[in-house]
Design a protein around this ligand. Sequence first.
Ligand SMILES: NC(=O)c1ccc[n+]([C@@H]2O[C@H](COP(=O)([O-])OP(=O)(O)OC[C@H]3O[C@@H](n4cnc5c(N)ncnc54)[C@H](OP(=O)(O)O)[C@@H]3O)[C@@H](O)[C@H]2O)c1
Length: 342
Amino acid sequence: MNENLKIAVVGATGVVGREVLAALYARDVPAEQVRAFGSERSKGLEVEYGEDSLEVERAVPEAFKGMGLVLLATPAEASRTLAPAAQAAGAWVVDVSSAFRSDGNVPLVLPGFNTELLGATMKGRLVCLPSAVTTASVHVMEPLRRAFGVVRAQVTAMMSVSSAGVRGVAELEKQTADLMSGREPDPSAFPHRVGFNLVPQVGGFMVGSPWTEEEGGWTLEAARLFATWGDAPVLAGTAVQVPSFYGHGLTLNVQLKKAGPVEQVRAALKTSPALKVLDTPGERIYPMPMLVTSDPTVHVGRVRAFPQAPEWVTLFAAVDNATRGAALNLVEAGLKLAERPV
Ligand SMILES: NC(=O)c1ccc[n+]([C@@H]2O[C@H](COP(=O)([O-])OP(=O)(O)OC[C@H]3O[C@@H](n4cnc5c(N)ncnc54)[C@H](OP(=O)(O)O)[C@@H]3O)[C@@H](O)[C@H]2O)c1
């Protein structure tokens, strides 16, 4: 990595931003090359950078002067203002929010899937990333698409509360304590109590639509990612907020173009470096969110098909939403982008 590269991590106090700092530190990026930013609320706080700490600065447009790379781990609203400011300051920018995912002028990049876009001609200096559920689903679908062709995948994503950031984590902690003490919690980060419950709504509903923005995002992002192929597979499904803190679990029903024996499906999954196949059910070995913490791979297993419809394959996957689903995508895409000539 260029030792003159200055990297801004914006949203450094958040669930994703903290993992971005950990990933940069793990890649031996010296603290002198990294600056941490947040909103006015966190100005002056210290965030961990390995054994060092960084003081959080307020993200204002002037602050990006001299930065070569700006990694935005901020809510969409903030990214919409900060991304243009960072580009105007001459930085390469990667955004992990939903702000630009439907903007055809902003490349949607999933490292390990269409990494080559990071070296291609682009209109601005900005790329965006898919959501954690799209990341996991596309990594599972891709080796199956290559081996058998995929018509569609239907996913039920069991999403931990850290998908709603530090506020979501704090709310489940408080709700659990309230419920254990016989008090009825008062939900604010979620539409209903999530403690000891399951809520089939993550985020708001799209205007005039029965689909939530989260669910609609998966379909749109997968369509963009698979667009290179004329008959791109469709991804659609249901987002469920579950009372766990970190890591998402996904049930995927994948319709193959050409049915293949389960052993061949498993063998195809094993060819992908983005996946770890855990599938020895007799020994109770299968993916679980508790096993994926900080794992850069998506775990997949419970591979099944039934004779009456052999083209449908059912699987279970788990992904660390904060790291593989967000922070690692930011860091891998950002460091690659920063290698481009100015
Ligand atoms: N969590 C996940 O699993 C996940 C997965 C994929 C993508 N994402 C996306 O990643 C982004 C961050 O999510 P998160 O879960 O890390 O949220 P979070 O825990 O709520 O953190 C949000 C961060 O953004 C900062 N921020 C908010 N408004 C800002 C502003 N106007 N200017 C500068 N900084 C601002 C916050 O700083 P303060 O401390 O100052 O408020 C905080 O550091 C979101 O767009 C989310 O959709 C999240």
